[in-house]
Design a protein around this ligand. Structure first.
Ligand SMILES: NC(=O)c1ccc[n+]([C@@H]2O[C@H](COP(=O)([O-])OP(=O)(O)OC[C@H]3O[C@@H](n4cnc5c(N)ncnc54)[C@H](OP(=O)(O)O)[C@@H]3O)[C@@H](O)[C@H]2O)c1
Length: 290
């Protein structure tokens, strides 16, 4: 719902060119925010621009882009305060731990961990002054680390920890910190994840190929299932909007039934049982690709 107070506030959404970020920018604009929508390409910005969506060139690994964003917020022509940072930008580089190069590990962390932290550090003084909010888009991968998802999950587990620490540090000063935990959402992430996985598979030795053949097949079937059965980005954006607009937001909002299930599961299932469940799931997924 649009209210006059919301119209006068700013929201930042990173990774707004596609998927959850794009849908969130559109949704928050409809909620009444003036949205600074982070994109890496001008053409993506042109596609999303509207009277309430202002594209900002933002690669979260680029210090100059982040400094320019801070300046843009400080110099808002209408003097609108910053209400929320939605840390959404992310990448997925999936391969077995043994196979993934250190450069790929660093790339995963540079975007999905250090990029998010850089934005938090740059904008926290402003958010403290406005008693704003930080929403970190994590993942079920930040609750359960499946085979082949080591780097992605490590980054998401890291953001779980960052979110918990940050919340305990700044909530007493009026800044809410919220984890958004999606299960499967139909976005480009599947496609780009499959492309990254195929590139890494090309670097495997024949022995590694044999070792991880079943896992690779299971991963492809699982990714296809994500794209087919995932909830829509608009559904995800509606959950994010709830977290942004709630008077007293919860510490975590899950997205989709699998989001809720995987968030809860590690609390009640032992490591060994979870290993067995995930192994059996991978076996049946791999069968689909035979
Ligand atoms: N889709 C799912 O099933 C799912 C599940 C759990 C969690 N998530 C999380 O949801 C978030 C959004 O993902 P999505 O599913 O909407 O995928 P997506 O459509 O691929 O969107 C990813 C966004 O991140 C941006 N991005 C990538 N590298 C960047 C960088 N260095 N700086 C700034 N932006 C960058 C991309 O921009 P470009 O277009 O320029 O590459 C794009 O806008 C991610 O954090 C992801 O881990 C997704």
């Amino acid at each position: 719902m649009t209210t006059s107070t919301q119209i006068q506030r700013l929201a930042i959404v990173t990774g707004a060119s596609t998927g959850i970020g794009r849908a969130t920018a559109v949704r928050l604009a409809a909620d009444g925010f003036h949205v600074l929508a982070g994109v890496r390409k001008r053409s993506d910005g042109d596609r999303i621009a509207s009277s309430r969506i202002e594209p900002i060139i933002l690669d979260v690994t680029n210090d100059e882009h982040i400094a320019a964003l801070v300046e843009r917020v400080a110099q808002d022509p209408a003097g609108r305060p910053l209400s929320v940072l939605v840390n959404n930008a992310g990448v997925a580089v999936n391969a077995p731990v043994e196979v993934l190069s250190l450069d790929d590990w660093r790339f995963q962390f540079d975007v999905s961990v250090f990029g998010q932290i850089a934005l938090i550090r740059a904008l926290l003084p402003t958010l403290l002054s406005t008693r704003g909010r930080v929403l970190n888009v994590t993942s079920v991968g930040g609750r359960v680390a499946m085979a082949n998802f080591g780097a992605y999950s490590a980054a998401k587990f890291a953001m779980e920890a960052v979110s918990d620490s940050l919340r305990r540090e700044v909530e007493p000063f009026g800044v809410a910190v919220v984890k958004i935990t999606p299960g499967a959402v139909s976005t480009n992430l599947t496609e780009s994840g499959l492309a990254a996985a195929a590139r890494v598979t090309d670097t495997m030795t024949p022995e590694q190929r044999r070792r991880y053949a079943e896992l690779s097949r299971a991963f492809i079937a699982q990714a296809e299932g994500f794209a087919r059965d995932g909830v829509s980005p608009e559904h995800a954006a509606a959950v994010i909007s709830k977290a942004v607009n709630a008077r007293r937001p919860k510490t975590r909002y899950t997205i989709g039934r699998d989001g809720a299930m995987f968030t809860f599961m590690p609390r009640i299932v032992s490591d060994r049982l979870l290993d067995a469940m995930l192994r059996s799931q991978n076996k049946s997924l791999a069968q689909e690709k035979r």
